[in-house]
Design a protein around this ligand. Structure first.
Ligand code: CU
Length: 149
């Protein structure tokens, strides 16, 4: 009984100070780990709303990449119609993250981003985030297959 209480208190303490988070937690409704498409180890990837049957869907919407991967954002017909920002959407409220390396893209059809640093980097369309036009990029450390680092 006392031991169970101790374990319970310790787990709550870890949760409170944030050392033990749920592994499936992610941003911009990328709730499932399985939803993150694995694109690690690639030199570059493309994220675009190029699904003709759903123009509000980014593909891939939730993606895992390696550090140093070039990200090419594409918007159809253009970013004027779908201005993209780095930031979160929580309960229908979009918040721009001024520190996001994604920044803002509001003209043209294509924009590239490349940064170093791990973590999760959510993004959204400022016009259609309410319709689900949002996603998230997980960046994991680059692993060098050749054995040097
Ligand atoms: Cu949009």
């Amino acid at each position: 009984m006392k031991r169970n209480n101790f374990v319970s208190i310790m787990l709550n303490l870890l949760l409170t100070i944030g050392l033990w988070s749920h592994p499936a937690m992610a941003l911009n409704s990328c709730l499932e780990d399985a939803e993150f498409v694995d694109r690690t180890g690639r030199a570059e990837i493309s994220i675009a709303n190029d699904n003709m049957s759903n123009p509000l869907l980014y593909r891939p919407r939730c993606v895992t990449i390696s550090e140093g991967t070039l990200i090419r954002f594409r918007a159809l017909p253009n970013f004027g119609m779908h201005p993209l920002f780095g930031g979160t959407v929580v309960e229908g409220v979009a918040t721009i993250d001024p520190l996001s390396p994604i920044g803002s893209i509001n003209s043209g059809q294509e924009a590239e981003r490349l940064w170093f640093g791990n973590g999760e980097f959510p993004f959204f369309c400022d016009v259609h985030f309410g319709g689900g036009m949002m996603g998230s990029i997980r960046v994991v450390p680059q692993l060098f297959a050749s054995g040097f680092d």
